[in-house]
Ligand binder design. Structure first.
Ligand SMILES: C[S@@+](CC[C@H](N)C(=O)[O-])C[C@H]1O[C@@H](n2cnc3c(N)ncnc32)[C@H](O)[C@@H]1O
Length: 250
């Protein structure tokens, strides 16, 4: 498993209170945007925890249950395998004897699939205008050099009037302070910690860069992808979020 996937999984294991709070806010924000939406794409889906969380929350949020199709894509095959394994385990649970007895756990709708794919390439493998919502979470954009290509690909596969959502670490001092404790807890030595970029050294002495894409880069990527209708906000205390609407055709 590569250094990034290892650090990501460890971060989920270690979750301190601030991270748990940030995850709760992020999940709620995303779930609210997915209410009533049929096809949902996550780029950089990791072990599948965000899709799982949204899907669970939608069970509560939608009085009239609607089917959803969730697609998660991730560049790391091991994480895709983990997400798929967990998904299969959960699906089997729903169809076990317990499930049949216990109607409160019934989930008679929806489908979830994970694929190993570079997020910048989703437009090659998925049809144009396929998804109602496409999103990234947990600073996924900060791990990808060329955020313009990701946003462009997300916009391509999103339907007119659909939403393109990206949540990244904010460049605010509060997030910087949080990261000062977060990275060492994961076993990294912080070499440099700037608002827009962190340089880390792992236990083997190798250096790694993780970005915090600033608002101006997010805005530039959205404009370049033809998205003019967008808003930027804070989600919780650690995230900046940009939500854009795919323009209507013509
Ligand atoms: C911080 S993790 C977030 C995972 C998941 N969204 C979550 O919140 O638990 C970022 C994920 O993006 C994936 N990733 C990095 N570059 C990618 C790319 N170019 N295309 C698709 N996924 C990528 C990583 O493998 C990792 O799983």
């Amino acid at each position: 498993m590569d250094w990034y996937a290892k650090h990501y999984l460890k971060s989920l294991e270690l979750q301190n209170e601030a991270l748990q709070r940030a995850f709760r806010k992020e999940l709620e924000f995303l779930a609210q945007h997915c209410v009533g939406k049929l096809k949902i794409l996550e780029v950089g889906s990791g072990n599948g925890r965000v899709i799982e969380g949204i899907s669970d929350r939608l069970m509560e949020l939608e009085p009239k249950k609607r089917p959803h199709v969730f697609i998660g894509v991730d560049i790391n095959q091991e994480l895709v395998d983990l997400a798929t394994k967990e998904q299969v385990r959960r699906s089997l649970g729903y169809y076990s004897d317990d499930f049949i007895q216990d109607s409160s756990r019934r989930r008679p709708y929806g489908a979830v699939h994970f694929f190993c794919m570079d997020g910048r390439m989703v437009g090659r493998d998925f049809a144009e205008e396929r998804f109602n919502v496409s999103f990234t979470a947990y600073n996924t954009l900060g791990a990808i050099e060329d955020i313009g290509s990701v946003v462009d690909a997300m916009a391509y596969v999103t339907r007119p009037e659909g939403e393109i959502i990206n949540l990244v670490w904010s460049t605010e001092p509060e997030t910087t302070k949080f990261l000062e404790g977060y990275y060492p807890a994961l076993g990294f030595k912080i070499e440099e910690l700037h608002p827009e970029k962190t340089i880390l050294r792992d236990e083997a002495g190798e250096a790694h860069v993780i970005n915090r894409p600033p608002v101006r880069d997010l805005v530039q990527a959205y404009l370049a992808a033809g998205i003019r209708d967008f808003s930027v906000s804070n989600v919780g205390r650690l995230y900046t979020c940009i939500v854009g609407k795919k323009p209507e055709r013509g």
